[in-house]
Design a protein around this ligand. Sequence first.
Ligand code: ADQ
Length: 481
Amino acid sequence: MTRPRLIVVSMSLPVTAKRTGEESWSFAMNSGGLVSALLGLKGFETKWIGWPGVDVYDVVGKKALSTALAEKGCIPVFLEEVCDQYFNGYCNNILWPIFHYMGAPPEYRDDGTITYQSQYDAYKKANRIFFDVVKEHYQEGDVVWCHDYHVMLLPQYLKEYNSKMNVGWFLHTPFPSSEMYKTLPSRSELLRSILTADLVGFHTYDFARHFVNACMCILGIDATSEGVVDQGKVTQVAVFPIGIEPERFISTSELPEVVQYMKKFKNDFAGRKLILGVDRMDFVKGLPQKYQAFEKFLEENEDWRGKVMLLQIAVPTRNGIGEYRKMKDQCHKLVGRINGRFGSISSVPITHLDCSVPFDQLCALYAIADALLVTSLRDGMNLVSSEFVACQKEEKGVLILSEFAGAGQSLGAGALLVNPWNIKEVSNAIGEALNMSPEEKERKHKINFQYVKTHSTQQWADDFMNKLNEITSNGELQNGN
Ligand code: ADQ
C-alpha cells in the first residue's frame, strides 16, 4: 500500500538550532516524550514543521536555517515576537497547568501587563503562522498530523482553507475532566477547532471520555459510540496509547560501550541499591513528593540507610517560567535537607542532577537500576517507564509507577502502582520493591516487557494513520455517492 506523505506539526522540531555564523547553524537533539516518539516513525515520507528553538530576525539567517533544516526533513516556523507570550505564556503557563489539574497561575487573571487575553491573542497568531507554513508546503493527498495543545486552533484554520485536507490531532498530555477544562475562557473555540479534525486521538480511554464530556457540557452537542456529532458532522475520537521504539533500547543496552558504563556505574554504586528517577524538571512530575517519600523511607527504615540511593536525573526544561525555577529551588532544598539528615562521610542518599545525560549512559542506568520511581502527579503517558522496562535484562528491577500517569493503565499489572500524593504509600512501595523476591520481580517484569515489545511507537503511528485513512476514504465514498 502506498502511504500518503505525512506532515507532522508540533511546537518544537526534534532539534534546537544555534547560530554559529551569519549563515551557519549547528543543531542539538531535543529530549522529551513527543520527540522521542515521533523520531521512531518509519515507513512514512515525513516533513516535520515546528519551531527551531530560536528567534531569527534577519532574512539571511532564516534562509540559511531553512536550508540546513531541509536536509533533516524539517521546516522551521519563525515565531519571533509572539513566541514568549504564546509558548511561555498561553501554552506553558495556562494550558499545561490546566491540562494537568494544577489550575491556572495568577497571571491568568487579567490583572497585569501580560494578560490572559494578550496571551491568547499570541496563541491565535502563532497558530496562524503554523497554518501559513503548512499551507506553503502542503501537497494534495498529504496527511497533516497536528500534535499537542500548542496547535489546537490549527485544524480549523486548515479545514477552512481546504475542507478536503486530511487532518488528525493527537494530545500527548492528559485531557482533564470537564470541571477543570471549563475554567478556560477560550474553552469553546478550542473545542470547536479540534472537532474540525477528521480524527482526534488520546493516550487513554479516560482522556478521550473527558474530551467527549467537555464537548457535551460546554458545546451542548451529542456523542456517539465513535465520537462527537456537531451540526451533522461526526468527529471520531479514539484511543492510541503511545509506546517506545523497544529495539532501540534493547540493542543499545547490549552495546559494548554501554556494558562498560554498566560495569562502571555498578562499581561506583557498590554496596547500595539504586533507585532511579528520570524526569523533565516539571512540577507535574512530582519531584518534591518523590523526595519526601524517600525521606520517609529512610526515616522509618534505619537498616537501609547507606544501603540505598536515589539517583534523580532532572532534565532542565522551561527555565523561562518562574514556577519552574521555584520548583527547582524547592527540590535543591529538600535534597540538601535529606542528604544532611541521612548522609555519611562516604555517601549521600540522593544524587540530584540538573542536566540531561547522554543516551548510552541513560540506557546503562536503566539497565542496572533496582527500581525506577515515577511519581508524576499527572502525565499523559510517561515513556520513561517503558524505556526502563525495555533496558532491564538481568536485574529485573521493579517499576514503581504513579497511578496518575497514563502508563499506569498499560503497565500497572507489572508495576507497583502508587498515589504520589500519599507519601507513606510511596515510601512503603520503595520498601516492597527493595525486598521483593527474585521470582516476583521476574514475573512482573515479564508482563511489562511483553507489553512494551508489542506496543511500539511504530504501532501507535500506524494505528492512528490507518484509522485516519479509513475515515477519510469513507468520507470520499460518501461524498461520491
Ligand atoms: P514528557 O513529559 O517529556 O512527554 P516522557 O513521556 O517521560 O515525558 O518522555 C521523556 C522523554 O525524554 C523520554 O523518551 C526520555 O528518554 C527522554 N529523555 C529523558 N532524559 C533524557 C536524557 N537525559 N537524554 C535524552 N533523552 C532523555 C510528553 C508527555 C508525556 C507523554 C509524552 C509522549 O508529558 O506524558 O508520555 O509526551 O506522548
